[in-house]
Each structure stands twice: as C-alpha cells, then as structure tokens.
Write a protein that binds this ligand. Structure first.
Ligand code: UD1
Ligand code: MG
Length: 454
C-alpha cells in the first residue's frame, strides 16, 4: 500500500482568518518565533516528502513568499474561491492527482501536529485505504466534525452543522488531517458535492464515498492539544502559552537551570545545553543554540546566535543574528553583538556595540567601544587579533584591522590598521594650563558676589 512514490503533502492555507481581525493572512501570524505555516511545514518536512504543495487564497503572495522562505522547493497553488476543504485539496490535483504514493492533507493553521503522529498515520495505511487523524474532545459542544466508527472502521464524518443530536454526542472528532494514496484521494474528491448545511465541498465526504466503493477507512488518535487550530488572537495566545509551558518543562528536564522559568521565552528551535543557567527575563528568538555550562544572565535577548560552553552573557545583553561566542567568552551589560565571531576567553563587558567583526582569543574590549560598521550605504568589517586590548571608548571605523597583542588608547578613533604589538592613539594630545582653574573660579565667584549685592 501507499504505492512506490514518496509522500506528498498538501497544506491548506487559503482561509481568511476573519477572527484574527488582521491585515495579515492568518497562517503568517507567529507562534514560538515562526509563522503558523512553518510549524505545519516543519512537521511535514520531517517525513522527507517528495513534494509539498501549499494551497493559498487570502494574501496569496505573502503566504507564497513565506512558504518559499521555509523551503524554496515548495509549490503553491491558488484557490481563488474558497468553496470548502475538498475544493481546496483539489487545487493540487495537477501536481498530486496521479501521485503514486501517499498524500497527507494538513492545515496551515494547526501548528502542533507532530511528525511522529504523521508517521503513525502512514503506518496505519497498511490496514486502511484512508486514514483520518481523530481526537476525543473535552468539550461536548465543540463544533468539530464527528467520526462515526464501527470498531476500527471509520464509516463517515458528519460535520457539526449537519449532525443530529445523537451524532453530536460522539466525542471522537475530526482533526482535518487525512492520508490516502494520491491517485485514489483525488479520484474520491471528484465525487464530492456540496449538498450540505454549509453548501461547501467537504473533504470529509470522501470517507462515505470510499465506503460505497468497498474501500475502508480508519482513525489514528492523538491528543486534542495536538490538533489545536488557531482562529483568533486569543487562541494564538493560548497556543503560545502551551508552547512555552512545554518548552520550559523540556529545558528543565534536559538539565537546564532556571529560577523563574515563567519569565523565560523560547522559540520553536531553541537549543540549550546541560547545566546551563538561564536567569529570569530572558528571551530567545529563533535560531539560538547555547552549549553546556553557560550562563545567560537576566534581561538578555538572543536570536540567531551561538553561545559556546562556559560563556557568560548579560545581564542586559543583546546577541543578534550571526553572533558566535567561543568558549568562556564574557559579554556584559548593555552590549550588542551582531554578525561577529568572538574568540575563546575574550571579554566585552560593558556598553559596547560589536557588528560585522572578528575578535581574537582573550582580547579585552573596553567599555563604550563601538565598531563603526556602517557608512550609510555599505557595511564594513572590523578584525581584531588575539590578546589585544581595546581601550575604553574606542571607535573602530571599519574597515579596519587591529593586530594581535595591540593596544588602542582610550577614547581613540581608529581609522587606520594597527600593527601587531603596537599602541595606537587616535585622539587629541592633552594640554595643560597651570593655575588656570583656580583663577577662573575666583573670577566667577567674585562676579556672583557683586551681582547678588546690587
Ligand atoms: C474542518 C473539518 C471538520 C474538522 C475541523 C477541524 C471539513 C468539511 N470539516 O472544519 O470536520 O473537525 O476542520 O478543525 O473539512 N480551507 C481552505 N480553503 C477552503 C476551506 C478551508 O484553504 O475553501 C482551509 C482553512 O483555511 C483551514 C482549513 O482549511 O485552515 C479548515 O477549514 P475550516 O473552514 O476551518 O473548516 P472547519 O469548518 O473548521
Ligand atoms: Mg476550522
């Protein structure tokens, strides 16, 4: 079963998402640092599908762009009129209608369905022609389609709107995720009509149609939480809360210490190593890996960066995309680092901006240092060797190189390369006027006394 081809995926993402009350297409709203659509695509991608098709509708151009950003190979098809879930899947017929392998249909607004669950559905295809993902709802009034079963066999799916009281009383609901062989699925879809309460072409009708043809369907079950769909900002928030709760629990389980986990925010792909400590109020944007035994101090914000073993970051540090900290690096308060490699044991402890730069091992960067990387049009690199000492308040006007073991004097504006081992001073020479201050204040005080008398 399943044919000889690989897996095909169809992700329905045409919906308006009216209840989001937004200019932005629903599937592009973010959860755990990524658009909803990417969560569905990620679960699907784990199956290494032969082809992934995203059905777009509202905001098609933006949805297409986001889909491509995740996977340049993805194909999008446009559903001009939204006539129902069967009609939506049919938009992929040219691409998957003769697909000689299983096709899984997912929703772009349902972010938590795991690849393990999808694998279970593919396995269940050994015993059934159509596999539907179902769950027991905790809320008997929930308006999901109801799964009418006979033993292991799924007989039909009845939409809430079309269901009588007895069918509504069934707790087993349709998640919307369906799996069948491509050719067969699209064959069934052609027979779906719209004679129902919503006058829509229901994907769910394929179960009865398959039954009439003597084919069988079955249900794979998962937790209700896994099939949570997002329709409003409140539901999006609930999903975020659920995600964060799980991410925090996982981090603790994996040997990460946190004093106030409720104030730490993770992204879908955050990786934190064992024995790392995360202090309160830390935010991890997408693309962060922190190795073991590091410490991320309070109120730090990290995204797209790598922190190696033993490094200390913060409090109040900001690591932006491309920040690469080697082992035992110290980054202190009010320091921002972007697109920069910082060598082992280097220290950048106070009030500093390091962007588009390379900093050698054990170099010390003094307070208030700035890599002046932007000339208004282009970005330029600063390269600092190892064991260098950058005096406080050094402006490094890129492109510029400071050699190994060199020193820049405090307050220097460095516009030319500094040779290894040299001291560079780029500031006005100090001058001194003996006794000037004393005379100056005497004169001012005398003036004040004269004016207050008069
Ligand atoms: C659907 C199922 C229902 C199931 C529920 C789970 C059908 C007929 N019903 O109902 O059994 O319990 O999902 O959440 O399938 N979409 C399109 N184009 C369309 C219509 C829908 O892309 O023409 C997309 C939507 O954007 C959404 C998904 O398909 O992501 C489901 O559509 P929705 O209208 O929410 O279906 P429900 O009525 O909730
Ligand atoms: Mg829905």
């Amino acid at each position: 079963m399943g044919g000889t081809g690989g897996v095909g995926i169809v992700i329905l993402a045409a919906g308006a998402g009216t209840r989001m009350n937004s200019e932005r297409p629903k599937v592009l709203h973010e959860l755990a640092g990524a658009p909803l659509l990417h969560h569905a695509m990620r679960s699907a991608a784990a199956l290494a599908p032969e082809q992934m098709v995203v059905v777009t509708g509202v905001g098609a151009h933006e949805v297409e762009k986001a889909a491509r950003a995740f996977d340049p190979e993805v194909v999008t098809v446009h559903q001009a009129e939204r006539l129902g879930t069967a009609h939506a899947v049919l938009q992929a017929r040219e691409l998957l209608g003769s697909h000689d392998g299983d096709v899984i249909v997912l929703y772009g607004d349902t972010p938590f369905v795991t690849s393990e669950t999808l694998e279970r559905m593919l396995e269940a295809r050994a015993k059934a022609d159509v596999v539907v993902l179902g769950f027991e709802t905790a809320d008997p009034e929930a308006r999901y389609g109801r799964l009418v079963t006979q033993g292991d066999r799924l007989e039909r799916i009845v939409e809430w709107k079309d269901a009588d009281a007895a069918t509504r009383a069934i707790r087993l609901c349709n998640s919307g995720v369906v799996c069948a062989e491509g050719t067969f699925l699209f064959d069934l879809l052609r027979e779906v009509g719209n004679d129902n309460a919503a006058q829509e072409y229901y994907l769910t009708d394929i179960i009865e149609i398959a039954g009439r043809r003597g084919m069988n369907a079955t249900v794979v079950r998962c937790d209700e939480a896994e099939t949570l769909g997002i329709n409003s900002r409140t539901e999006l928030l609930a999903a975020e809360v659920a995600f964060q709760a799980r991410a925090r629990a996982d981090a603790l389980e994996n040997g990460v210490s946190m004093q106030a986990p409720d104030t730490v925010f993770f992204s879908y792909d955050t990786f934190i190593g064992r024995d790392t400590v995360i202090e309160p109020n830390v935010v991890f944007g997408p693309g962060v890996t922190v190795e073991s035994e590091a410490r991320i101090r309070a109120f730090s914000h990290l995204e797209g960066c790598h922190v190696s073993r033993g490094a200390i970051v913060g409090p109040f540090a900001r690591l932006r995309p491309g920040a690469e900290l080697a082992e035992d690096v110290h980054v202190g308060n009010f320091v921002e680092i972007k697109a920069a490699q910082v060598g082992e044991g280097a220290k950048i402890n106070h009030l500093t901006y390091i962007g588009d730069a390379e900093i050698g091992e054990r170099t010390n960067v003094g307070a208030g240092t700035v890599t002046c990387n932007y000339d208004g049009v282009f970005k330029h690199r600063t390269v600092i060797g190892k064991n260098a000492f950058i005096g406080s308040d050094t402006m490094l006007v890129a492109p510029v190189t400071v050699g190994d073991g060199a020193i820049t004097g405090s307050g220097s504006v460095i516009t030319q390369d500094v040779a290894p081992g040299a001291l560079a001073l780029g500031r006005a020479r100090q001058v001194e006027f003996a006794g000037f201050a004393t005379k100056f204040f005497e004169k001012l005080r005398a003036l004040k006394a004269a004016t207050s008398k008069g």
